[in-house]
Design a protein around this ligand. Structure first.
Ligand code: 5AD
Ligand code: SF4
Length: 476
């Protein structure tokens, strides 16, 4: 029988076959080096990419690599983002710096994956000017890492494997969690919304939801391993379930997840205002485990600009939604994304954005200068806003957002709230750092053994965007 016939066709069996095979090559590399081969994955961009990197690291550890810093690594992978122009520039810069390192260490391998690789222009540029890259793959075939590495070990050529789109979801591959007590869980992939500024639908493909039983059994397993907080991930979680054979909505999925023993906190992102249902608001209000926080990107405050962005809702619709949320969940923390300088944005439009910010009073907001992404509809709009005007508006917006966030953050001073302890404080080892249900950071004195636990902390001093506190002792 030829080896080809022995390669399983179905996933995940096929990848387990290649994981085995890759292990042999990594072992041989280790023998040649006289030590365990080391790998480093650098992640750019959003939580989706972080999750993908955990999957990549899971496979790398399974085949015998040990995680290390970039300087020490025999395999360096950049998991890239392409949402804004400067994200691409940073990757080229980092790659340029790796070239001399690889010259000195000929066994070294460099891999590139993620959203930026889904752009044809990028891959062409890499083929022409960055020949020292070993492996290029995209967002749809992250699960194939072992197979692609085997291909690279068996040939001296650059391996390029980019798919335009997929309807495939491969379950049950190894993954390496960054934290033992919290974890991201993909519930859907891709996006169908085509906001006119956004490259995501082109690089992450069409929306597809994971089957509820796959999600639930993953979360049950995580809970049995000690995970207490999960973050459900999708570009547009509110439309979860569309296209699945079973009758399920995001709200129903949340209820089923909340019933899993051991899971104490549930977060999710990102919510599109156009699909945020009353059913979801009810479930959020009812289920204790769902965190008191909603990230609800507004993007712009002018209905005219929202229409040009293809956001589907109006300013009034968004504000009504916020009102409804605050009525049902009075103390909810709201955060948002805002783009400044979208093509055609006038001073009046911008003032409407500022007015929305003042009315909603966000607990925090990510503000972005509009960045032209080629191949998106907005890139060819003829009324691009001059950079100096956009920058000036951006600074005004940032000032407003920060002032409001400071004021909002203070409202918890003196209260005792539950904190999930995440790590030893990075500046002072006597302190721990954790998060409130609403995502605010809290630093307080305490010992390492509390990491992963939810403890009551008195929020004594507000420091703008975070709190200093003291842990309550039993009986206090
Ligand atoms: N320019 C600026 N910001 C953008 N975002 C997405 N595309 C662009 C772009 N072309 C922002 C949106 C989105 C967040 C993740 O990134 O606000 O919600
Ligand atoms: Fe981009 Fe809009 Fe989809 Fe978000 S919802 S990923 S902004 S297209």
């Amino acid at each position: 029988m030829s080896t080809l016939q022995m390669v399983p066709v179905n996933e995940p069996d096929r990848q387990y076959y290649f994981i085995d095979k890759a292990r042999t090559y990594v072992r041989q590399l280790g023998e040649a080096l006289g030590r365990t081969p080391r790998a480093c994955i650098t992640t750019f961009g959003c939580q989706m990419n972080s999750k993908d990197s955990e999957k990549l690291l899971g496979v790398l550890e399974e085949i015998g690599y040990e995680e290390s810093s970039e300087e020490m690594a025999d395999l360096v992978i950049f998991n890239t983002c392409t949402v804004r122009e400067n994200a691409n520039t940073r990757v080229y810069g980092r790659l340029g710096r790796l070239k001399p390192v690889k010259k000195k260490n000929p066994h070294m391998m460099i891999g590139l994956c993620g959203c930026m690789m889904q752009e044809e222009l990028v891959v062409n540029k890499l083929k022409d000017s960055y020949r020292f890259v070993d492996l290029i793959f995209g967002t749809h075939n992250v699960y194939k890492l072992a197979e692609l590495l085997v291909m690279r070990f068996e040939s001296k050529d650059m391996i390029i494997d980019i798919w335009e789109d997929t309807d495939k979801i491969v379950e049950d591959l190894p993954t390496e969690r960054k934290y033992p007590f919290k974890s991201g869980v993909n519930i859907m992939f891709g996006c169908n919304n085509f906001c006119t500024y956004c490259i995501v639908p082109y690089v992450r493909g069409r929306e597809r939801s994971r089957r509820p039983e796959a999600i639930l059994s993953e979360i049950k397993r995580l809970a049995s391993e000690g995970v207490v907080e999960i973050m459900l991930l999708g570009q547009n979680v509110n439309s979860y379930g569309r296209g699945l054979p079973e009758e399920i909505t995001f709200a129903k999925l949340l209820e089923q997840i909340a019933a899993i023993p051991g899971i104490q906190r549930i977060r999710f992102m990102t919510s599109h205002p156009k699909d945020l249902s009353d059913e979801l608001i009810e479930v959020m209000a009812r289920e204790e485990k769902i965190c008191n926080h909603l990230h609800l990107p507004v993007q712009a405050g002018s209905s005219r600009v929202l229409k040009k962005m293809n956001r589907i809702y109006t300013k009034e619709g968004y504000l009504t939604l916020v009102k409804k949320l605050r009525e049902k969940i009075p103390d909810i923390s709201l955060t948002t994304d805002i783009i400044v300088g979208f093509p055609g944005e006038t001073e009046e439009d911008f003032l409407e954005t500022l007015a929305v910010v003042k009315e909603v009073r966000y607990d925090s907001a990510f503000t972005f200068l509009y960045s032209k992404r080629s191949n998106t509809p907005a890139a060819t709009m003829t009324d691009q806003v001059p950079e100096d005007i956009a920058k000036e508006r951006f600074d005004r917006l940032l000032k407003e957002v920060q002032e409001i966030a400071h004021e909002r953050t203070q409202r918890f001073t003196g209260q005792v709230l539950d904190v999930l302890v995440e790590e030893v404080n990075q500046h002072d080892p006597q302190y721990l750092t954790g998060r409130l249900s609403n995502n605010l950071l809290v630093h307080f004195p305490g010992s390492e053994d509390l990491i992963g636990q939810i403890v009551p902390v008195k929020l004594s001093e507000c420091k703008g965007f975070y709190y200093l506190g003291e842990k309550l002792e039993q009986g206090e």
